[in-house]
Structures are given as C-alpha cells and as structure tokens.
Design a protein around this ligand. Structure first.
Ligand code: FPP
Ligand code: MG
Ligand code: MG
Length: 289
C-alpha cells in the first residue's frame, strides 16, 4: 500500500481555505507526517522480514537476505528513531502520541500473532483485532494525525481515522486471499506463506464456519505439512475465499462512507481528492499483488 499517497490525498480531501503562506506551511507539515508514516511502515516491514525469515520483499531481495539479520534489525531501529525525531520536530504532542499508538499497535499485533493459543487460532474476533493492529492501525492513526495537524474538528478527525481503519482492514483481507490464490511470481513473495508459517487468516476461518471439523486441524497447527494439505482441501470446497472478499468489500464500502460523511464542499480539488480516496478502496479490491 502506498501509505504516503493516501495521507496526502486525505490532507487535500479535508483541507480548509487559508492564506497562501499558511497553506505552504500546512502542506510541508502534511508531507512530514506522510514521510514519517512511510518510515515507520518500512521499519515494520524490515523487522517483519527478519521475524518471518523472508528472502524477498516487493520482488527484490529482503534487507535481511542482503545484509543479514543483525544489521537489518539495526536498520529498522534506526529508521524508527529517525521517524520519531522528525515527528517531535512537528511540535504537536497529539500527533506524536498517535504515531506512538500506531507503533504500539504494530508490535501488539505481531505479538498476538506470535503468541497465539490453539483456541485463539480458531477465533475470527481475535484475527480481526490482530489485523487491525498489524495492518490498519498505522494508516488509521496517521490519517487522524493529518486531520489533527490541519486543526480539524473532532468529527473530521474521526472520519479520517475511520477511512484509514476500514481501508487497512480491506487491504489485509485481500492480502490474505492473494496468499492462497497468487503465485510467487505474481506476488513478488512466496505464496501460501501464511499457512506454512502457521498463520490462520480469514479464508480458513470462514471455511471453518462451514466445516467445524477443520478447527481440530487448525488447533494442531501446521508444522505437519499434511495439515496444510487438509486445510487447503477444506478451503477449496468452502466459500472461504468468496466470504473473505465480501468482508473486504464491506470494509471498502465503510471507508468510502467515511469520505462521503465529510462536510460538503464545492472546491474541485477537494472533491477530486475525495473521489481518488474512494477509487483507492476499489483499486485495493481489484489488486492482484
Ligand atoms: C507484515 O506482516 C508486517 C506488518 C504489517 C507489521 C510488522 C510489525 C512488527 C514486526 C513490529 C515492529 C514494528 C516496528 C515499527 C519496529 P506479514 O508478515 O503478514 O506480511 P508480509 O506478507 O508483507 O510479510
Ligand atoms: Mg512477513
Ligand atoms: Mg509477518
């Protein structure tokens, strides 16, 4: 997901009429929030590739593959530190606090995934909470930070947050589908990697609702490759993929609704930005990598 693109569009979608001088200053601060968010995002991916022992990222060698785990962890730490140094220079404690919440949530999501119990592995609620923390918390809190730094009302801050939250969840649900339906070549990373790592995602959880006996396999985990085979068989005869797509579409719609809830405007730039944010929800639904 191009995080900075979403944030700059959000800034433009909720912008207020101000003098040219103030507008330049405001734009510079939006850019800063977008850059900081990208740095946090990249830092989390660098750490994630270490944790997942991933050799590739976005179709290229991962940093840990190139320079080793130790240097990769330090590079991720460094980037995170630079991100927060830049955040402090914005001189807005609420924005720093929102970004800190996002990192806190990222780590919590990763911990929820690592320390999951057999019963939690079968729970859709647990999965959705973890998904919010891991994938949606950064974009939702950053969208809100954009509204905060623009001096927007609490209502607009909440709509910006809701857009990011639902967009992030929709994105992850499609990601979960692609892990089953994509190929290593089309994804730029290994396919079926979630299940091979013992990570149970929405398609399997929906399949489990149709075939409760799958829960026993999921509880056992996927260290035994024959359990992966069994789960994939159940998935293929279930509506798991289709139901996941429907849930993603619901979240994409809720994201678009948040944009529609913004106060009316006749400014063409603002309207175009809002339309682009809504188009993005559909683009995410159609993505293949
Ligand atoms: C991708 O997950 C990973 C994340 C979205 C966040 C990972 C968070 C941490 C490692 C916590 C530390 C965070 C910071 C900022 C230092 P994935 O493995 O499911 O997806 P992938 O297919 O992109 O690898
Ligand atoms: Mg990973
Ligand atoms: Mg991971």
């Amino acid at each position: 997901m191009v995080v900075a693109e979403v944030l700059l569009l959000m800034a433009s979608a909720i912008s207020m009429k101000i003098s040219d001088g103030l507008e330049n200053r405001s734009r510079a601060r939006h850019m800063r929030v977008a850059e900081i968010t990208e740095m946090i995002h990249i830092s989390s991916l660098i750490h994630d590739d270490v944790l997942d022992d991933a050799d590739t990222r976005r179709g290229m060698d991962s940093l840990n593959f190139t320079v080793g785990k130790k240097l990769a962890v330090l590079a991720g730490d460094f980037l995170l530190f630079r991100a927060f140094s830049a955040a402090v220079s914005l001189d807005n404690t609420e924005v720093v606090s929102l970004l800190a919440t996002a990192v806190n949530n990222l780590v919590t999501g990763e911990l929820m995934q690592m320390s999951i119990t057999p019963a939690q592995r079968c729970s859709m609620d647990y999965y959705l909470q973890k998904t919010y923390y891991k994938t949606a918390a950064l974009i939702s809190n950053s969208c809100k930070a954009i509204a905060v730094i623009t001096g927007q009302t609490a209502e607009i801050q909440a709509l910006a947050y809701q857009y990011g939250r639902h967009l992030g969840i929709a994105y992850q649900l499609i990601d979960d589908i692609l892990d089953f339906t994509g190929t290593t070549a089309s994804l730029g990373k290994a396919s079926l990697s979630d299940i091979h790592q013992g990570i149970v995602t929405a398609p399997i959880l929906f399949a489990m609702e149709e075939f409760p006996e799958l829960c026993e396999i999921v509880e056992q985990g996927f260290d035994d490759p024959s359990n992966v085979e069994i789960a994939l068989k159940y998935l293929s005869k279930s509506q798991g993929i289709e139901k996941t797509r429907l849930l993603a579409a619901e979240h994409a719609k809720l994201a678009a609704d948040a944009i529609d809830g913004l106060p009316e405007s006749e400014d063409q730039v603002i309207l175009n930005s809002r339309q682009a944010l809504k188009d993005l929800t559909q683009k995410f639904m159609r993505r293949t990598k």
